[in-house]
Ligand binder design. Structure first.
Ligand SMILES: Nc1ncnc2c1ncn2[C@@H]1O[C@H](COP(=O)(O)OP(=O)(O)O)[C@@H](O)[C@H]1O
Ligand SMILES: [Mg+2]
Length: 341
């Protein structure tokens, strides 16, 4: 095929629910062949965005194209190219894993033998061979999530939407789902993944759009987003706690940074301010950070202050979110404040 359209292209996309603008002018370009992350807190508009792109909701304004097909005017063409986990392929709780997948394959028009073969391969790839003969209603949360994804790629889609695929899963199940996402992408499917987890977007996505209140507030590679808040932090542990005040003054001067004394009496952390420009290139500020850190290390040595441990840490995506939105990711939903007792 000669089409070279991006997997997804939207401009000014709007979706209202009554007074709520769930999508308030979303501009997105999702290139083919990678994992694209939409990162945002509860209520940001992630599911609405996915449902519009999957043609399950009609937008109220703006444009959205999937592989060049308009989601309104060419919805059928879009549907042949995409799959949305848990939507197009719903499983029967009373059937076993293998029965579900074989049935699905038959419904998709495969012969009995081909359906069995594909089901077997998917169950194996997703670590579900042992559970294949069990009813899906008895699956754990992680197993259920995996078989949902298996079902949604029975016929390999060009674009797979994964809407918060690991929300509520324990760490082990989460990393199993991550492995599956990597497997799906390796087979040529573009994955558009939504997540509330900064770590998940960082680990999986080649590019990330940060979405807040129906708008894309930042876009770039994980490295670009992280460097947009600053160059990172320098962590230092001294041999001798008595030299800490001196080290603090030296680091503040050399790095031009705020230096925080940690609870541990030998430890200090300097927050590098770096680039405050949100579109700063990641590479240059990484270089600046490394350069500044090595100058600081050299001056500590010159002053005879012994350093036992020294590290340069990138800022977390949590810090990115806070910088971009002015509020932490955890309580960005507004109406979901849960004070722990
Ligand atoms: N069917 C609906 N009816 C009314 N409001 C909705 C509906 N779906 C979503 N919303 C509202 O739209 C906003 C975005 O929701 P959603 O896309 O589900 O966010 P997310 O998936 O990021 O948590 C929220 O304020 C939500 O309450
Ligand atoms: Mg959602």
């Amino acid at each position: 095929m000669s089409d070279d359209h991006p997997a997804v292209e939207t401009s000014g996309l709007i979706k209202r629910f009554g007074d709520v603008r769930a999508l308030d002018g979303v501009d997105l370009t999702v290139p083919r062949g990678a994992v694209y992350g939409i990162l945002g807190p509860n209520g940001a508009g992630k599911t609405t965005c996915v449902r519009v792109l999957a043609t399950l909701l009609r937008p109220d304004g703006g444009q959205a194209r999937v592989f060049g097909h308009d989601v309104r005017r060419e919805a059928d063409a879009v549907r042949t190219r995409v799959s949305l986990t848990g939507q197009y392929a719903s499983l029967d709780e009373d059937l076993t894993g293998v029965e579900n997948l074989v049935l699905l394959g038959r419904l998709l028009g495969h012969g009995k033998r081909a359906a069995r073969e594909r089901a077997g391969r998917l169950l194996e790839a997703f670590g579900l061979t042992e559970a294949a003969g069990r009813q899906v209603k008895n699956y754990s949360g992680g197993m259920r999530r995996r078989i949902d994804i298996a079902a949604s790629i029975f016929n390999t889609p060009d674009l797979l939407f994964l809407d918060e695929p690991t929300t509520g899963l324990d760490p082990r199940s989460r990393s199993q789902v991550w492995d599956i996402v990597r497997l799906v992408v390796a087979q040529g499917t573009t994955v558009l993944l939504t997540t509330q987890y900064l770590e998940e977007a960082d680990r999986l996505a080649d590019r990330i759009a940060v979405i807040d209140r129906g708008r894309v507030i930042a876009e770039g590679t994980p490295g670009e987003l992280k460097s947009s808040v600053g160059a990172g932090s320098v962590h230092v542990r001294l041999r001798d706690a008595a030299r800490r005040e001196e080290a603090r003054g030296l680091l503040a001067r050399v790095l031009g940074a705020d230096v925080v004394l940690e609870a541990e009496p030998v430890a200090l952390t300097a927050r590098l301010t770096g680039a405050s420009d949100l579109n700063a290139a990641g590479a240059s500020s990484d270089l600046n950070a490394a350069g500044a850190a090595s100058r600081a290390l050299a001056e500590l040595a010159d002053a005879g202050i012994i350093v036992d441990d020294f590290s340069l840490g990138q800022p977390s995506l949590d810090e990115v979110f806070l910088t971009l939105t002015g509020h932490p990711a955890e309580d960005a939903g507004g109406d979901t404040e849960q004070e722990a007792a």
